[in-house]
Design a protein around this ligand. Structure first.
Ligand SMILES: *Cc1c(COP(=O)(O)O)cnc(C)c1O
Length: 228
């Protein structure tokens, strides 16, 4: 086996083991392979092992990869990066999921630009759960308002919440996200997905109810440039 296949295999073994320890059914957790900056050949290698969920951060890169891989019918594209309004069309045309909604305007544009032949875009609201200044995401107390407005849009399905905790704040942040998610589900029962956990903190995220974990480095190796 090559590296990517091996690392993916190992990631699933670790995921299954952790789910077992926590008493979670492992098929209730989606592993999203974050392929940003990686070539389409890496995605194809992962696909051939049965990995179909991929995460991308940049609208242009998503559009290019989606076009190049359009014969790989099972691929589900998750857009997980910051989204400016002049790039929404690329995402509306190519993503199945968008994890990073933090403004109504972005959701409105995705809804308006979603091609008619595609199913509604599934979206998550990004919460700035560690209250970091000038970081993406809404404050927790803005969740209900944004959720109600987004859920009312025609070509959008509100599916849940996403967060990226500040370094050192993971446990506190994941616990707070679990509470927020339960509150949201009282009003929007279908919005039960919780996207949280990356290569270095996913086991903790699972403990607090993550249903989608986003793993890049542990599957595809280090990226060529610094992200944050
Ligand atoms: C890059 C990125 C990831 C993957 O991070 P790793 O630490 O490489 O697993 C997950 N989520 C988001 C939002 C990202 O931007």
């Amino acid at each position: 086996m090559n590296n990517i296949a091996e690392q993916l295999n190992l990631a699933y073994q670790n995921l299954n083991k952790k789910c077992g320890l926590l008493g979670i059914k492992s098929d209730t957790v989606q592993l999203i392979a974050v392929s940003k900056t990686k070539p389409t050949s890496a995605i194809i290698t992962a696909y051939q092992t049965g990995q179909y969920q991929f995460g991308e951060n940049y609208p242009q890169e998503l559009a290019e990869k989606s076009a190049q891989l359009n014969t790989y019918n099972n691929i589900v594209w998750h857009f997980i990066g910051p989204l400016q309004s002049n790039k929404t069309k690329l995402v509306a045309e190519n993503a199945h999921w968008v994890h990073s909604i933090d403004r109504l305007k972005i959701a409105e544009r995705l809804s308006a630009q979603r091609p008619e032949n595609l199913a509604p875009v599934k979206v998550l609201l990004q919460i700035n759960i560690s209250n970091e200044p000038s970081k993406a995401g809404i404050a927790a107390d803005e969740m209900f308002n944004l959720a109600a407005s987004v859920a009312a849009l025609p070509n959008i399905e509100l599916k849940g919440l996403m967060a990226i905790p500040a370094p050192g704040d993971s446990e506190h942040a994941f616990a707070a996200m679990q509470q927020l998610s339960l509150q949201l589900q009282q009003l929007q029962p279908q919005a039960n997905e919780l996207s949280m956990g990356m290569s270095d903190d996913w086991p903790l995220a699972l403990k607090y109810g993550a249903t989608m974990i986003r793993l890049g480095t542990v599957i595809f190796g280090a990226r060529d440039y610094k992200q944050e």
